[in-house]
Design a protein around this ligand. Sequence first.
Ligand code: S3P
Length: 434
Amino acid sequence: MENTKTIAKARQGLRGTIEIPGDKSISHRSVMFSALGSTPVHITNFLHAQDCLSTAACMKALGASVEFESETSLVVCGHGLHGLREASTIIDAGNSGTTLRLMMGILAPQPFLTTFTGDASLHKRPMGRVIKPLSAMGAKIYGREKNTKLPITIVPAEGKLHGMLYESPVASAQVKSAILLSGMYADSPTTVVEPFTSRDHTERMLEAFGVETKKDGTAVTIEPVESFHAPSSIEVPGDISSAAYWLVAGSVVPGSHLLLKNVGVNPTRTGILDVLEAMGAKITLENERVSGGEAAADIRVEAAKLHGTSFGAEIMPRLIDEIPVLAVAALFAEGDTVITGAGELRVKETDRLQAVTDEFNKLAPGAVEASKDGLVIHGGTKVRAATCFSYDDHRMAMSLAILGAAGEGAEIERPECVTISYPAFYDTLARLQA
Ligand code: S3P
């Protein structure tokens, strides 16, 4: 792809139907857990994007069979819970925090060595949040900067890991999942307590593999696992974090009417629907169903007059990846939007609070102010066409594209990072604008 992408101003409403690509979080877990089973699992609607392909490559390197039948359908088969084997070379998690953090949880209890690397962004991200609790369970994990950064090496622990009660300072599904996955191999039960409940795809998918977790408020407990029974198939619902771009575009571009097909609406992920509704969006759920233990629906969105809102720490885990695009909705709303409790955005693929502030202000001067853990967005600020930068962060690139389409157009530098989670994004936008 060229090194800049021109986004045209939408001259009329966006109309049409969009099949939402598979959920990134669930796609990762489907391959990881299937690789710990001993019978083949047929995975459909898998997200064929860089992050999930990193996970597939990791599991293959560790001895699982991973055979693609098409881009979105594959069969994964492992050799059981204790059947992974030492990889012959370094494992590359690419840009994917989920791959690295969950894999650390799976590999910490294994009787072999693993060394991880990743891309430049992943090298900057904090891994101590997983390494510290796993080490407290007895794991031996070493990394740069006092065991907090890539490259990371895991060596066999002395005997079994020990179950523990861990009170996590952050609400993070990656931290929770890593600890629960190690807990499967521990000598006693393991409990993770979070400040607020994060996405529960790990718990739900473990249930499909016959592993029960117990939930009590924001605490989740797992017992040592004796048997692990893979289901014969897993159907991945569409990713609400990808649908988010169309929910916002459909709301703010006048005259729009979009139908988003097959969107996962797990309640731990639907914070964006609550916030957009509070802003006055016209969103309706149709054809609500449950597939593979996960709620899904088709979502209809029509243009609406939005107004500013405020939200904070409590809802944050339910919309953590949607803040950049919600900032676009806020920019086209009437009045200010105040976001607090969003400090986690500073340690995503890039510092998203800083990136949103700097890049949105290029397209709408004076529109955004950042605080230590949040943003104030002045709705109704005059928007112009400008060149802006993705920071090689997929969610920044897509949010800037929606801002450009809803505003006066934009030129995005380093646009190709959308392949991390949504390879068809620009083609879909162009189709809706045609
Ligand atoms: C994810 C959890 C979230 C989210 C990420 C995917 C997951 O990260 O931002 O895109 O699949 O568990 P944190 O758990 O670090 O908040």
